[in-house]
Design a protein around this ligand. Sequence first.
Ligand code: NI
Length: 171
Amino acid sequence: MELPLNIYGSAVLRKKAEPVEEITPELLELARDMLDTMYKAQGIGLAAPQVGKSIRLVVIDLSKEEDERNPIIFFNPEIQFEDDDNPSEIDEEGCLSVPDIWAKISRPSRVNLTYKNENGETVEMQNVSGKLSRCIQHEIDHLNGVLFTDKMSIADKAVNMGKLKRMAKKQ
Ligand code: NI
């Protein structure tokens, strides 16, 4: 079931989300609904606050084609940055909660990641790089009330200020 998306200016997007204590059938249904919502909007990642739930739940699917879907559900995802020899990378980002704005964002290229999967098992991923690294960093920012617009360059902030103000006013 598709869920309504919260857009830039909604208070829930600025709250720090609560950890998930227990993975219940209701939460698994929420995760499936988040995936439906994400696929419909042609996104690659979605965090629970974007559908109005202030909990630490993220879904990601980086597959390009509908018949290759490969969703990952992350409960309580945490990243550890590798501090040595971990250059930042710049790439373009957008967000389903910030429609029609894209900007180049700098982020650490590699992260180590831990989360609980849908079976409640702890999963550890070392040296996550590329699209998954960028996407999980963007989504975990959502769980901490941070949006990619906060990380835009001063020039991009200036260019998009009017659009963002109009967006926020409608919420
Ligand atoms: Ni986003």
